[in-house]
Write a protein that binds this ligand. Structure first.
Ligand SMILES: Nc1ncnc2c1ncn2[C@@H]1O[C@H](COP(=O)(O)OP(=O)(O)OP(=O)(O)O)[C@@H](O)[C@H]1O
Ligand SMILES: [Mg+2]
Length: 296
């Protein structure tokens, strides 16, 4: 097992709601610095997996570790960006960005002077290219700009991992592509570890250095009868080449081939691969199956 991969570890994790299994024996290791994207059919449990990593919920069974430590309740080591609604409408861009520091949320930040907080916040605004909009209010910004502020709000806390759940889902297609390029650039500059959930397959394949497919459409030794209470597993795991710094790669043959393959493997309820046949191609991917699941 690759030691460096043990930055984020999800070990034999199950999550059920009222007896219904949603996540079914998930194993995952993610390296520091990886840009890991997650796709899967609606309702398969992507947000649930993200909430387990944030610590907003506990696994029914199994364990989630970040940097070797079991994940507790949400804290600033795990920054999170949602589709919308993370900005306070009555605060300026600068005040929204500096909020975490002003609330003393980063160890040591309770001793920072207001000038130090302002300077650090302006540095972040430079990085997210909003310095000249520091005094504006959220309603004066475009949707893409608002999401950049939300990213800035998380970044200022220097989180170990940035967790994003459909962060560009509410943006129009052109802004969305701009934001994808922006995020890749930021990830490269800041060497962040990103875990990014989306149901847009093209977005996932374009952004990630690694793409996970979470799906409930597979078969295993537990059979396929009606009584089987089966949840989603990681059914494929692809290392991805970093593309050029524009979106033209989305038209390439390899890209379209990958998308077509994943649409079939992960999103077609009638195409059921056996758990032994999953495309776990990333060097850090692994899977532990129970005896029942392993049976052919
Ligand atoms: N707090 C909860 N209580 C009960 N059931 C829940 C809860 N949260 C999620 N679920 C159920 O778990 C399943 C997975 O939900 P989740 O939101 O993780 O899916 P998702 O993959 O993020 O879907 P989408 O692509 O639509 O965002 C769904 O069937 C959902 O109804
Ligand atoms: Mg979701």
């Amino acid at each position: 097992m690759n030691q460096k991969a043990r930055f984020l570890q999800v070990i034999d994790v199950y999550k059920s709601y009222s007896g219904k299994v949603v996540l079914d024996n998930i194993d995952l290791q993610v390296k520091k610095g990886e840009f890991c994207t997650v796709v899967g059919p609606s309702g398969c449990g992507k947000s649930t997996l993200l909430r387990l990593i944030v610590g907003a919920e506990k696994p029914t069974e199994g364990e989630v570790l970040l940097d070797q430590v079991s994940v507790g309740p949400p804290d600033i080591q795990r920054g999170i960006v949602f589709q919308r609604y993370s900005l306070f409408p009555h605060l300026t861009v600068l005040a929204n960005t500096s909020l975490g520091l002003r609330l003393g949320g980063r160890p040591g930040s309770e001793r920072m002077s207001s000038q130090e907080i302002k300077d650090e916040s302006m540095d972040i605004l430079e990085k997210i290219r909003l310095a000249e909009h520091a005094d504006k209010y959220p309603h004066q910004l475009s949707g893409g700009m608002q999401q950049r502020v939300a990213i800035g709000q998380s970044m200022i806390m220097k989180p170990k991992i940035l967790l994003m759940d459909e962060p560009f889902g509410a943006l129009d297609p052109d802004t969305r592509e701009d934001m994808q390029l922006f995020l890749i650039e930021l990830w490269e500059q800041e060497k962040m570890t990103i875990f990014f959930v989306t149901h847009d397959l093209e977005e996932a394949a374009f952004l990630g250095t690694r793409m996970l497919v979470l799906s409930q459409y597979y078969s295993d030794g537990r059979g396929n009868g009606k009584g089987i209470n089966r949840g989603a597993k990681i059914i494929s795991d692809h290392p991805l080449p970093r593309m050029a710094s524009n979106t033209s790669g989305k038209q390439s043959r390899e890209f379209t081939r990958l998308i077509t393959q994943i649409r079939k493997e992960g999103f077609d309820p009638d195409y059921l691969q056996h758990a032994h046949e999953f495309n776990l191609l990333h060097p850090d991917s692994f899977q532990t199956l129970t005896e029942d699941e392993s049976r052919i």
